[in-house]
Design a protein. Structure first.
Length: 304
């Protein structure tokens, strides 16, 4: 076949590939989607031009993504975990918060957020059954950017146990243990009782674990509590508070720690401090959540 092909829409060499693919996507109707997909193609092609993957490396990369997908179940989200250990989730959060320094910083949602947590009254414990560990009394305030209280804000919390497991990972824990939501009072205040969470390794039995081992990285997160704060007329805050004395604070495997999210876990001896009725050493944590105006949304739970 020596007839010249009269078509500008076919690939002739590496340089023409990107333009041909972008032209094929030209009719994408939604302008935002079009911009995003064009950028994905431009950056992915630039990556391939730079790295020059061999055929074998390309196939191994595709197989890795295939295994990440296959590892996902209703109760485990390997895809979120991959985004987290590559710093993608944190970068999205940081970019979306950069223009709003007066607000509390966001942190990644993580793969363990579940919908349907119990609603509790002020001061109630989020512990169900017996979960042994140092008691923790949390006192929070939800404020607007003028530092005025936001009442009736929905404050959702979830955390790992004192042995570092979320209830859905641990058959010893009752359903929805260490998960709950509260509504702020007229002062924007919320109070609850819990037990100190421990740091924990992210799940490493799947392909993301293989990746961490290849990179000689540890899999640990410093001890923290997760929060989602939703109030009508305000942008939803997805955040975490880290224990100031936690191990791995400066090497969180998912890069979630920022200075403003480190909370003071103050230790008190039994019979002393703000909860003198407590018969063992305990901790208190005070946190302030500053919300900016915006549209409130609920995050999509990555697991059931
Ligand atoms: C978490 O904090 O729940 C989490 C975040 C990223 C990866 C694994 C766990
Ligand atoms: Fe967590």
């Amino acid at each position: 076949m020596d007839r010249p092909v009269q078509c500008s829409n076919i690939v002739t060499d590496a340089t023409s590939t990107t333009a041909v693919v972008l032209a094929a996507m030209e009719k994408t109707a939604d302008p935002r989607l079009k911009g995003i997909l064009n950028a994905v193609v431009r950056h992915a092609h630039a990556f391939l031009n730079e790295v020059k993957l061999t055929d074998d490396e390309f196939e191994r990369g595709l197989d890795f993504i295939r295994r990440v997908g296959l590892t996902c179940t209703d109760s485990h989200n390997e895809m979120v975990l991959l985004a987290d250990v590559l710093g993608l989730s944190t970068l999205v959060k940081v970019l979306n918060n950069a223009a709003h320094e007066e607000r509390t910083g966001g942190a990644l949602l993580g793969p363990f957020y579940r919908a349907g947590s119990p609603r509790y009254e002020q001061g109630h414990a989020i512990v169900q059954g017996t979960t042994l560990g140092p008691p923790l009394f949390v006192s929070g305030h939800v404020l607007d950017t003028n530092r005025q209280p936001i009442r009736n804000a929905r404050v959702e919390v979830w955390q790992a146990s004192p042995v570092g497991l979320y209830e859905n990972q641990d058959p010893q824990q009752p359903e929805m243990n260490l998960r709950g939501h509260f509504f702020t009072d007229a002062q924007g205040a919320v109070k609850f009782r819990s037990v100190r969470p421990a740091g924990y390794p992210v799940p490493t039995q799947g392909p993301v674990g293989d990746l961490l081992r290849l990179q000689k990285r540890h899999p640990y997160r410093p001890a923290h509590l997760h929060f989602v704060v939703v109030a009508q007329g305000y942008a939803t805050l997805i955040s975490q508070i880290f224990a100031d004395d936690a191990e791995y604070l400066d090497s969180d495997v998912v890069f979630g720690v920022t200075r403003d999210l480190v909370g003071e876990f103050e230790r008190h001896e039994a019979g002393t401090g703000p909860h003198p009725q407590t018969q063992e050493p305990y901790y208190t944590l005070e946190c302030v959540f500053v919300l900016g105006e915006g549209v409130s949304t609920y995050p999509t739970p990555p697991i059931k």
